[in-house]
Design a protein around this ligand. Structure first.
Ligand code: BDR
Ligand code: CA
Length: 310
C-alpha cells in the first residue's frame, strides 16, 4: 500500500500516527501532510516532525498544508489539545524541517506521478484533499481509497449535530464525499464505542516503553476537562486512532454503503453529516459508513503497535 496521512496533530492524531508508523514502513507512508484544525497548521507541522524524530522515522517527509478552511475562518480546538496540540507531551522539540512543497502540491504531484494508486487517511478537516480534488477532479482515479475520521449519524461534538472535522471545513468535506472515490467514514458513531477504559490504561502502563508512555499521556490528557468528565465518565474516545486501525485491519469494523451529505448552508446545522443509513432518501450511496467495531481488537492493535515501536 502507498499511504498519505493527512492530519492536524492533535493528541488523537498523534496516537494514530504512532500506530501507522508501527504498521507501515517508510516506503508505504509516502508522506504526512498537515492541515489547520485542532491547532494552527505550523504547530501541527512541528508536531508531525516531532513524532517522526521521536520514533526515528525521519525518512518520512512532512508537507505543510492549508492554513485555513476552503471558504470559512478557522476554528481550532486548543481547549482539548492544548496550545502545543499535544497537551504538553514530554518529547523533545525537533530540528527536522518540513518539505518546501506544500501539501496540496505534494498530493497532486504524487497522484499524477505514482504508478500505484494511493490510499489517503484523513485525520482532520478535509481542506487539503478537497482543494486537490477541486483543482484536479480527474486525479480521483489515482486514489485507491479515502479513510477518514469525521462526521456522525447522530449527535455532534462541536455543535449539537456537527463533528469537529466536518464542522471546520464542510465545503471541503462536501467535495470529498461527492468525489466518487471509495470512501470509509469513521465518525463519532464508532469512535464513541471505543474508549480508553481503566483496564486499557493499565495495560499501557504495564507495557511501559517510550511509545506506550507517550500514548498514555496523549490518551488521558483530556480526562480532567469538566465537559469530558461529564460526557465520558468511563474513558475517552481516541477518534483518529480508528483510521490507522482500519488501515491495518478493516475486518475489525462493520460498514455499509449509504448516502452521506454534508450541510454547508444552514447556520443551525452547519457541518452536519446526514447519514441515510436506512436508504430513505433515494440519494446515491457514496460512502462506506462504519457503524460498528470490535473495541477489544482495536486496542489489541494499539498495544501491539506500542510494543513494536518500543
Ligand atoms: C476530531 O476532531 C479533532 O479534535 C480530533 O483530532 C479528531 O480528528 C474528533 O471530532
Ligand atoms: Ca484530528
Amino acid at each position: 500500500m502507498k499511504l498519505i496521512i493527512d492530519t492536524d496533530p492533535g493528541t488523537d492524531d498523534a496516537v494514530a500516527i504512532l500506530v501507522a508508523l508501527a504498521n507501515f514502513d517508510n516506503k508505504e507512508i509516502v508522506g504526512i501532510t498537515t492541515v489547520a484544525g485542532n491547532v494552527p497548521v505550523e504547530v501541527g507541522t512541528k508536531n508531525a516532525l516531532r513524532i517522526l524524530e521521536f520514533t526515528g522515522r525521519e525518512g518520512i517527509p512532512v508537507y505543510e498544508g492549508c492554513s485555513k478552511p476552503m471558504v470559512r475562518e478557522l476554528v481550532t480546538a486548543e481547549w482539548v489539545h492544548g496550545t502545543d496540540g499535544l497537551n504538553n507531551l514530554d518529547i523533545p522539540t525537533t530540528t527536522l524541517q518540513k518539505q518546501e512543497l506544500s501539501a496540496v502540491d505534494f498530493i497532486t504531484k504524487e497522484l499524477e506521478e505514482s504508478k500505484e494508486k494511493i490510499t489517503i487517511g484523513i485525520l482532520g478537516p478535509m481542506t487539503n484533499i478537497g482543494t486537490v480534488i477541486k483543482n484536479n477532479p480527474a486525479l480521483v482515479e489515482k486514489i485507491e481509497k479515502i479513510v477518514f475520521m469525521g462526521g456522525s449519524a447522530l449527535r455532534g461534538n462541536t455543535t449539537p449535530v456537527a463533528e469537529f472535522n466536518t464542522y471546520v471545513d464542510p465545503e471541503a468535506a462536501k467535495i470529498v464525499l461527492n468525489s466518487g472515490v471509495e470512501i470509509y467514514m469513521l465518525g463519532l458513531d464508532v469512535t464513541n464505542k471505543s474508549i480508553t477504559t481503566k483496564s486499557r490504561k493499565e495495560k499501557l502502563i504495564k507495557i511501559n516503553n517510550k511509545a506506550s508512555n507517550a500514548m498514555l499521556h496523549l490518551m488521558t490528557s483530556l480526562d480532567d476537562l469538566p465537559l469530558v468528565k461529564e460526557i465520558y465518565p468511563d474513558g475517552t474516545p481516541v477518534h483518529d486512532l480508528l483510521v490507522s486501525v482500519f488501515l491495518v485491519d478493516p475486518s475489525i469494523f462493520s460498514y455499509k454503503i449509504v448516502n452521506v451529505e454534508v450541510e454547508v448552508d444552514s447556520e443551525l446545522t452547519l457541518g452536519q453529516t446526514v447519514v441515510d443509513s436506512l436508504g430513505i432518501s433515494e440519494r446515491k450511496p457514496n460512502v462506506n459508513w462504519v457503524y460498528n467495531l470490535d473495541s477489544d481488537k482495536v486496542y489489541n492493535v494499539l498495544f501491539d503497535s506500542a510494543n513494536r515501536l518500543n
